[in-house]
Design a protein around this ligand. Structure first.
Ligand SMILES: [Zn+2]
Ligand SMILES: [Zn+2]
Length: 280
């Protein structure tokens, strides 16, 4: 996970399929972006920036899916169950989830016509920024004055991503569904999921006891129980119905009948007894 081997492996596995369809780096022909807009052939840096923007945008929507599709949350929740974050939290996720993400991102790279070396660079850059954004440090760009205010809107930093990992707030049940961006916070700003606040940070982790139990397990048991959670969700209808869930007997997802996304009007505390009942 740490070395980005999953994405590189996926890219190499998918390359022959891309060639079969007449594209991809192995075909020798320009493909993807350069084929659509030949101007980029002479401007590799500009092309790399475009690749990066598309890659990061896809990551944003994939991350939204990881939270809203219950069988995917069954796996991604392992990343969120860690109570104390560190720069390695980024790589604490289920191997099946890692594989699935890698195939999606590598597929996007191949459609865009990215070269293997460029893809490696995309992955490396993202990994580094994510190790930084998961670090357990009180680094708030906002404290650097105007420079910081600009900075925290240019790059996902530890404070921004920490809000994404917040423990669910029973008073504001949709607040934790925020800040999905990987490297650029722009997608959150664009799609209304960005949370910038001066309020003290909330503790991190998950409130669902079935998922929090990950913390009592070792490396292999954690992978195994997450796989069981995934199977419990993917093998029933409720696991495919979008929304926030917790896990009941047999790891069957139980839907919360609550608003899903953080939006600015939900900032005001609202009494809500269902929130406490379904996930306390
Ligand atoms: Zn997440
Ligand atoms: Zn994270």
């Amino acid at each position: 996970m740490l070395l980005g081997l999953f994405p590189l492996f996926s890219f190499l596995v998918l390359m022959p399929f891309a060639s079969l369809l007449g594209g991809g780096p192995a075909s020798g022909e320009p493909s993807g972006l350069i084929r659509w807009l030949p101007w980029f052939a002479d401007h590799p840096l500009a092309a790399f920036v475009v690749y990066y923007l598309v890659y990061d945008l896809c990551y944003y929507w994939m991350h939204r899916a990881q939270h809203v599709i219950p069988w995917w949350w069954a796996m991604h929740s392992m990343h969120h169950s860690q109570r104390q974050m560190s720069c390695w939290t980024n790589d604490r996720s289920h191997y099946l989830d890692g594989m699935l993400q890698s195939f999606i991102l590598a597929g996007v790279g191949l459609i865009m016509g990215v070269e293997p070396s460029e893809f490696a660079l995309l992955v490396l850059l993202s990994e580094l920024v994510q190790n930084f954004s998961h670090a357990n440090i009180r680094l708030d760009f906002g404290r650097l004055g105007w420079l910081g205010r600009v900075g925290q809107r240019l790059l996902v930093g530890p404070l921004f991503h920490r809000h994404h990992h917040m423990l669910r707030d029973p008073e504001r049940p949709a607040r934790h569904n925020c800040n999905f961006g990987q490297v650029l916070p722009w997608w959150d700003m664009l799609f209304g999921t960005a949370l910038y606040t001066d309020e003290p940070v909330r503790p991190t982790g998950v409130s669902d006891p079935e998922v929090d139990a990950d913390n009592e397990r070792g490396l292999i048991a954690m992978q195994w129980f997450t796989l069981r959670r995934f199977w419990g969700a993917v093998s029933c209808k409720a696991g495919w119905r979008l929304g926030d869930v917790s896990f009941g007997p047999g790891y069957r997802p139980i839907h919360d009948e609550l608003p899903r996304l953080h939006t600015p009007d939900q900032e005001v505390p609202q009494p809500d007894s269902t929130a406490r009942q379904s996930r306390s």
